[in-house]
Ligand binder design. Structure first.
Ligand code: SAH
Length: 273
């Protein structure tokens, strides 16, 4: 990272986030499959795809997901979660993404699900969520990209039915740490929050936290796998734009973040009373 800007992003714009996911949809698909989130490695023997599904099952259990529920998957990526929750839990899922390319990929992936899933192109921060409409609002590693997370959590609270659950899986750490600022800049987060900051703002939004856990040691392997993938495809990376190579440099920041304990991975579930 020598010679490059250090610290938090000074002037990140949502357009850059959209362009990133548009431009690199193919790379995410090639390296991470249908999911753009950490794997949950329980035995270390799982392959990355199994670990990613394990993560979904873990979060679904924490959120008490069951058949017939209506889920808002906010920041839905390529629709991997929507497909999984519709097939394995018989949920109805509305997926929102800021990326037109992801919208296309998600609609194609879920094309055979008979209307159990719908997708919309939307900026979650300006989207008008219907009042008291969802059993679960699901943020799998997406709220980290939001500029006003506190305002978003208030909107999430309003769109939940009474008794509904907000599930947030987030990269957590303190922006006072240089490394966390660097991670935020490389991975296009306006800022990252600690677990406590999440808990405070989620409660201020009127929700009651029912569980909060840090899964850092079970997810860190995700980046060892990513580093192995990079080592075995140097030829391809050399052809990619510098923007992507910087993203690849971010893999080592992530490994350092988990090794040092500055970066944590939090899964928080809160309910609307
Ligand atoms: N939840 C998905 C994708 C995680 S990657 C998965 O687990 O596979 C982050 C996602 O957040 C991307 O889909 C990106 O398009 C989306 N995103 C980022 N900012 C957004 C915003 N303001 N509104 C809607 N989606 C957003």
């Amino acid at each position: 990272m020598d010679g490059k800007a250090k610290g938090p992003p000074a002037s990140l714009r949502s357009q850059q986030i959209r362009d990133h996911y548009d431009q690199f949809a193919w790379a995410y698909q090639r390296y991470w499959g249908d999911h753009i989130h950490h794997g949950f490695f329980l035995t270390g023997e799982e392959d990355p795809a199994q670990a990613q599904e394990q993560m979904l099952r873990h979060c679904a259990a924490r959120a008490g997901l069951h058949a017939g529920m209506h889920v808002a998957d906010v920041g839905c990526g390529h629709g991997g979660t929507a497909s999984f929750l519709a097939k394995s839990y018989s949920c109805r899922v509305l997926g929102l993404t800021i990326s037109p390319r992801q919208l296309e990929v998600a609609r194609k992936l879920c094309g055979d699900l008979d209307g159990a899933t719908t997708f919309e192109l939307a900026d979650a921060e300006s989207y008008v969520f219907p009042n008291a409409s969802f059993d679960v609002v699901w943020n799998m590693e997406s709220s980290d990209h939001f500029f006003d997370k506190a305002a978003y959590f208030r909107k999430a609270a309003a769109t939940l039915k009474p008794g509904g659950k907000l599930m947030v899986a987030a990269w957590t750490g303190s922006m006072r740490d240089q490394l966390i600022g660097d991670i935020a800049r490389v991975f296009l987060f306006p800022d990252l929050w600690t677990t406590d900051e999440h808990l405070q703002h989620i409660e201020s939004a009127g929700l009651q936290v029912v569980s909060s856990e840090q899964l850092s040691s079970q997810v860190a392997r995700t980046w060892d796998v990513a580093a192995e993938q990079v080592r075995s495809s140097q030829w391809l990376l050399a052809l990619l734009p510098s923007q992507f190579r910087e993203f690849v440099d971010g893999i080592e920041l992530m490994r350092e973040g988990y090794r040092s304990g500055q970066l944590t991975y939090s899964v928080i579930v809160a309910t609307k009373i």
